[in-house]
Design a protein around this ligand. Structure first.
Ligand code: AMP
Ligand code: ZN
Ligand code: ZN
Length: 430
């Protein structure tokens, strides 16, 4: 396949459309193309933002289609682990993206971070999961990924058919128009699975906080972006022949410089090394200092709690992966864990954060579904974000990979009854 990454830096986005290889077909068999599916992720869109009365498009889609009371993110409630959970159906402990920032003994001299291009593009971090675009490709279906964590790496050897290096500056309208352009391609090239990633709600939520006027202004803008997508579908006569699912990865909690746990004051530097600071802080005791670090961290703290990775609450489904650091500390609602050096590195103190307990109401995410496959006026009780994956696979007619989800939680969304699911981990014979 042509190197889309290099092309992107040289050519306008539209040229990415040329990056697709020929559609693979099994000899003698016709590919049955499913109704195209657009999966939109609005990063950091807290479930109750829908109740502010300033997102008419999203509210109308929710009302005339299906929406969840809320969707429970996976722990830790960070961007990369949750986007990968949504697209693989595996919780972070099993999809390998255990945090936005992480280390792995088997990938020495490379620290994974969203800002580390080399790591983000290195498939070794992502290969524990199989993103749906890979499953689609194996079945001869195309995917167009307008940004999604994991799409920039050749996971299990290949990229989606259309993809781009993440560019925060790329305007939301350009992202929408790329998706609409994909839909206009000839049938044998047009993607069946498309994603659209919108990042500004998370960005503004961090900078100004979830209760700010700036966030409300951005909610109106993101709603207009979704309106552009819906209008684009209507203009092309596609409103009844595309399935649209809109999700978020987590919510947002108001934070303050007055609610910071300074780890420097608690943990002497010689006793342990901090892998990542923030709401969730990963710590590795230095050899010979294990007991000292544990006796400091595992005791009671006013505004955070720490666990050995093996002793995390079962409901987090977290702690077995080798990339989870030996000790995990979690800040209480509205608090953050930092060091002087970490705070100094940040140019601006974030007034909003996520990463908290995935049962925290302020971490709740959205799920809205609209289109020919979906019923109208249905409100689903809360479910886990990994439950979305088997629905996505089913909508595309794909056999899901082993996953952690439960399709039954979403079956009520569908007009058609689905066959009994047979691929949930632990429940099914191969
Ligand atoms: P966080 O708030 O730290 O969980 O991360 C959210 C941020 O991740 C977004 O604001 C984006 O800037 C960044 N991000 C999202 N997708 C990607 C990607 N594919 N590559 C690099 N950074 C990304
Ligand atoms: Zn996020
Ligand atoms: Zn964020």
């Amino acid at each position: 396949m042509p190197n889309c990454f290099r092309l992107l830096s040289l050519l306008p986005l539209i040229f990415l459309l040329a990056c697709s290889g020929p559609l693979s077909r099994r000899p003698g068999s016709e590919i049955v193309r499913p109704t195209p599916l657009i999966l939109v992720s609005i990063d950091g869109f807290r479930a109750d933002y829908l109740d502010r009365g300033i997102t008419p498009t999203l509210n109308a889609l929710a009302k005339s289609g299906v929406h969840a009371e809320y969707m429970r993110p996976s722990f830790p409630t960070q961007t990369f682990p949750n986007h990968y959970a949504l697209i693989t159906g595996l919780r972070p402990d099993r999809n390998g993206i255990v945090a936005n920032t992480m280390e792995d003994d088997r990938i020495p001299q490379q620290k994974f971070a969203a800002s580390n291009r080399k790591a983000v593009e290195d498939a070794r971090w992502w290969n524990d999961g199989t993103p749906l675009w890979i499953t689609a490709k194996r079945s001869g279906l195309h995917s167009g990924i307008m940004f999604w964590p994991g799409s920039e790496a050749p996971v299990h050897g290949s990229h989606p058919d259309f993809w781009a290096i993440y560019d925060q500056k790329l305007q939301a309208v350009t992202r929408v128009d790329s998706v609409l352009d994909w839909l206009a391609l000839p049938a044998d090239q047009s993607p069946s699975l498309m994603t659209l990633y919108l990042d500004t709600i998370d960005d503004i939520g961090h900078h100004f906080g979830p209760d700010s006027a700036e966030l409300d202004a951005e909610l109106r803008i993101v709603d207009a972006t979704v309106r552009r997508l819906v209008d684009g579908l209507i203009e092309r006569g596609l409103e009844h022949s595309v399935n649209l699912i809109i999700v978020s990865d987590h919510g947002m909690v108001a934070t303050s410089p007055d609610r910071v746990i300074n780890l420097d004051e608690i943990l002497p530097g010689e006793s342990a090394r901090v892998v990542s600071y923030g709401v969730v802080t990963g710590i590795v005791p230095r050899p010979g200092h294990e007991r000292e670090a544990e006796s400091i961290l595992l005791g009671e703290h006013e505004n955070m709690q720490c666990w050995r990775k093996t002793e995390l609450p079962a409901r987090f489904h977290y702690g077995t992966h080798r990339r989870v650091p030996a000790i995990v500390c979690l800040a209480n609602h509205g608090w953050t864990i930092a060091s002087q050096e970490y705070l100094a590195r940040k140019k601006h103190f974030s007034l909003g954060e996520h990463g908290y307990d995935n049962e925290d109401p302020d971490m709740r995410a959205i799920f809205i579904a609209h289109g020919p496959a979906f019923r109208s006026g249905v409100v689903l009780p809360p479910f886990d974000n990994v439950d979305v994956y088997p629905l996505l696979a089913w909508l595309l007619g794909l056999e899901p990979e082993p996953h952690d989800g439960n399709f039954d939680m979403l079956a009520g969304a569908l007009k058609m009854s689905r066959p009994t699911e047979t691929n949930e981990v632990g429940t099914t014979p191969p």
